[in-house]
Design a protein around this ligand. Structure first.
Ligand SMILES: *Cc1c(COP(=O)(O)O)cnc(C)c1O
Length: 427
């Protein structure tokens, strides 16, 4: 297998003789065929091919293929956003009457999707702390549990998920582990190698890396044996009437069933398609992902150390800091670095946090994270404002928490910007 830096640049699209060197953008909604018979075979999933970009598009598929190779998976698809990726990843196997165990420390948007919107659709969730004991984790499972969900590095709490612990528990109960690997990216962690079954991404973040295009991805590790737990996953193991009685797990096997079903049913019905133009931008971003992640991590490490030494700062969370509560997990799962996102608290709480942010010049206030430009956010007054104090606490978000997304600028300039804004705060 090729090394990860090579896959970043050359994975997915492999042009033949005389073909364009750069990934072609197939900006077409539809595809032409000579006979109705051929088209019918595509509609019946008898043959693979393109007919309508709401379901599949060649540009998107080649970028999905690159992400699949990066994660070491068996099949992958792009979605219009990270939200769509996580929704599809769960809803593909858990529907009305089912239950999912999720880490409580996850992205606010995902928490809302699970806790509010998917509950309305009849899917129930139990949230457990990522550092819960084996017994607490065990107690969260029910007979109707269909999946376990967590984030490799949680946004914005930046705590590290113990993938093996959750994978083992999921597998004991005959269900897959879904891991949102947005912050670590496959450069720093490949969850499938640690036992995760399905990996999701908001490609909007580091993968695109330039704040240019919204997108998501789902990768199947291809190892989960749906047929061995056929009673739990009827959607994959019994005939799909909307496709003339196809049984996905039989026809496409462990490697292809999950992504084929998500494409054939969920993309067909919900249409959360990424535009081929956005997939092209995403692919450009992926080419430099390995280089950028290295720089993000180096800069964030230096800034975390600087913050730790400043009198106006009350605490810093970054798993690269010895003594951080996730340091050991970080060393295990993220030995080459975690990501550019860290969080810290300033003395003086919520007010001081707002004051600090007002005085930054290079680092901008944005809801966005994880791209080339440094930015910061006060989650309690922005992304997480729909949560009450108890839910904030469970999500690991303190009122004085500032989330800093360290970019790839010169670190001395970033530290100077942070220093002048901290120096005016109560020490
Ligand atoms: C941003 C983010 C999402 C949602 O992705 P969008 O592309 O904004 O829809 C999901 N999970 C994590 C960890 C994120 O950071």
């Amino acid at each position: 297998m090729k090394k990860i830096e090579t896959i970043c640049v050359q994975g997915g699209y492999e042009p033949g003789n005389g073909e364009p060197r750069q990934l072609p953008i197939i900006q077409s909604t539809t595809f032409k065929y000579d006979t109705s018979e051929h088209m019918a075979k595509l509609f019946d999933l008898e043959e693979s091919g393109y007919f309508y970009s709401r379901l599949q598009n060649p540009t998107n598929d080649l970028v999905a293929k690159k992400i699949c190779q990066l994660e070491g998976g068996s099949a992958a698809m792009l979605t219009s956003s990270g939200q769509a990726a996580n929704f599809f990843a769960v809803f593909n196997i858990a529907t009305s009457g089912d239950h999912v165990v999720a880490s409580s420390t996850i992205y606010g948007g995902t928490f809302n999707l699970f806790h509010v919107t998917m509950r309305k659709m009849g899917v129930d969730f139990t949230f457990v702390k990522p550092d819960c004991s084996e017994e607490e984790l065990e107690a969260a499972f029910r007979p109707n549990t269909k999946a376990v969900f967590g984030e490799t590095i949680a946004n914005p709490a930046v705590v590290v998920f113990d993938i093996e612990k959750f994978a083992n528990a999921a597998h004991r109960h005959g269900v897959p582990l879904i891991v949102d690997n947005t912050f670590a990216t496959p450069i720093n962690c490949r969850p499938i190698e640690w036992g995760a079954d399905i990996v999701t991404h908001s490609t909007t973040k580091y993968m695109d890396g330039h704040g240019a295009s919204l997108g998501g991805a789902i990768v199947d590790g291809g190892k989960f044996d749906w047929m061995a737990h056929a009673d739990k996953f009827p959607g994959l193991t019994t005939p799909d009437d909307s496709y003339h009685g196809i049984v996905y797990a039989e026809k496409f096997g462990k490697e292809g069933a999950y992504i084929t079903k998500a494409t054939a049913q969920l993309m067909r019905d919900f249409g959360a398609t990424q535009s081929p133009q956005n997939a092209f931008y995403l692919n450009l971003g992926l080419e430099s992902l390995a280089l950028r992640m290295k720089r993000h991590c180096e800069n964030a490490q230096k800034i975390a150390e600087f913050l730790q030494g400043h009198k106006a700062v009350s605490w810093v969370t970054y798993c690269g800091l010895p003594g951080d509560k996730c340091y050991e997990l970080g060393q295990k799962y993220l030995p080459n670095g975690s990501c550019g996102v860290l969080s810290f608290g300033v003395k003086g709480g919520r007010k001081a946090a707002e004051e600090f942010m007002k005085h930054l010049h290079i680092i901008a206030i944005e809801t966005h994270v994880a791209d080339a430009r440094s930015c910061c956010l006060h989650p309690a007054s922005a992304t997480h404002r729909q949560m009450n104090d108890q839910e904030l606490e469970a999500a690991g978000v303190k009122p004085e928490l500032i989330r800093l997304s360290v970019g790839i600028e010169n670190v001395d300039d970033l530290i100077a910007d942070i220093k002048q804004a901290l120096d005016i705060l109560p020490q």
